[in-house]
Design a binder for this molecule. Structure first.
Ligand code: TRP
Length: 370
């Protein structure tokens, strides 16, 4: 069996550090490992319309931002197909048939969808398209025969839903679709980076993000203003590193080389943490170190982004070619699906013969009766 990766993002904003540790850096590693036969990254603009029907402009504006963030992080269009969901209409066709394999109550039980409904204040006015987006996500995954879906843990319910659809489809219509597996980031901190304000999640709507495209000045200002341990008032106070976003970010980004270069009194993060916990280490010093680490990490990403920003038509061309390639593959899957379901009438010579015989026979019967 081929190893095929598919993953994606809704283009509703620029990507931030949470995306970087949670998925982007892993995608680049997977891409460069050379272990995969095909890799697809979908910009899920159609899915983004399910809760932005009245603000398509936001999606239009952010497609290019997300594409630039991908390219900036090292997604290479020669190795990875980047495509736009809306430009692959075959995905809608698959969705239409999968809709029949899922019950309303099953959709209503999806924990991620439930939480999103609460967050968006839909209450009882839930758009049908929104409630059913996990089914369309199953189409995204199965259209490319993906067996591996690298995602954050909030997407696990979608992968589970996809697996159920695949099993249901295959048991009714015969072995056709590939059952995918989710792959989570290895390290737990990486699953969910807290916000600058210490809130559970870095999220655009909470305004607590460092964006991959932030300037060096913006990064510094944000780091220096970060929430830390509210009880660590004096330098001499013992501090808490556990729920302290500054230390969580260091956990995600600081390497031993960074200590050598910027903070050589400490060998590694364990030593720095021990000092902070004992007391005698001030927040400013830790923040300045975090700033150095983030500046070093983000500089090459920002530089590459700036290069692509100078050639926007070329970036749209990458998306166009990716979408054309994705369409070919999705069409093959739709053809297989329709064959399996028996809705390929015009190629089905058996069916045409059978119908011919049926009516020839009934005509014969009629003549006899007369
Ligand atoms: N639901 C994902 C998100 O909100 C985006 C997405 C759409 C996706 N289709 C996908 C992710 C297929 C993985 C696989 O970010």
């Amino acid at each position: 069996m081929k190893n095929i990766i598919l993953t994606g993002d809704r283009p509703t904003g620029r990507l931030h550090l949470g995306h970087f540790v949670g998925s982007l850096s892993q995608r680049v590693e997977l891409q460069n490992s050379g272990k995969f036969d095909e890799i697809y990254i979908e910009i899920a603009d159609a899915q983004a319309t399910t809760d932005n029907a009245d603000n398509i402009e936001k999606i239009r504006q952010n497609i290019i931002e997300v594409a630039l963030d991908y390219l900036a992080c090292g997604i290479d269009p020669k190795k990875t197909t980047i495509f736009l969901q809306s430009q692959v209409p075959e995905l809608c066709e698959l969705t239409f048939y999968y809709l029949n394999l899922v019950t309303l109550s099953r959709l209503e039980r999806n924990p991620t969808v439930k939480q999103e409904i609460k967050m968006r204040g839909f209450k009882t006015s839930i758009p049908v398209g929104f409630l059913t987006y996990p089914i369309s996500q199953a189409a995204d995954i199965t259209a490319f025969n993906a067996n591996i879906v690298p995602v954050g843990d909030d997407q696990l319910p979608m992968i589970e839903q996809t697996r159920e659809i695949v099993r249901s489809f295959n048991s009714i219509y015969g072995e056709t679709l590939v059952e995918p597996k989710a792959v989570l980031p290895e390290n737990e901190t990486c699953c969910r980076l807290p916000g600058l304000d210490g809130k559970a999640k870095m999220s655009k709507s909470l305004g607590n993000c460092i964006y991959l495209s932030d300037s060096p000045e913006e990064i510094e200002e944000k780091v220096m203003g970060m929430f830390t341990d509210p009880n660590h008032l004096k330098v001499t106070d013992p501090g808490n590193t556990k729920n302290n976003p500054v230390f969580i970010y260091l956990e995600a980004f600081a390497k031993e080389e960074h200590f050598k270069k910027y903070l050589s009194e400490y060998k590694n993060l364990d030593e720095l943490k021990a000092h902070y916990e004992k007391g005698g280490l001030g927040d400013m010093k830790v923040k300045r170190f975090l700033n150095d680490v983030l500046q070093e990490t983000l500089e090459p990403i920002r530089k590459r982004r700036e290069e692509y920003q100078m050639k926007i038509p070329e970036v749209y061309q990458i998306l166009l070619e990716g979408s054309q390639k994705a369409r070919k593959v999705a069409f093959e899957t739709v053809t297989k699906v329709k064959n399996a379901m028996g809705i390929n009438y015009f190629e089905d010579l058996d069916l045409i013969n059978q119908q011919t015989l049926k009516f020839a026979k009934s005509k014969g019967d009629n003549t006899k009766n007369n």
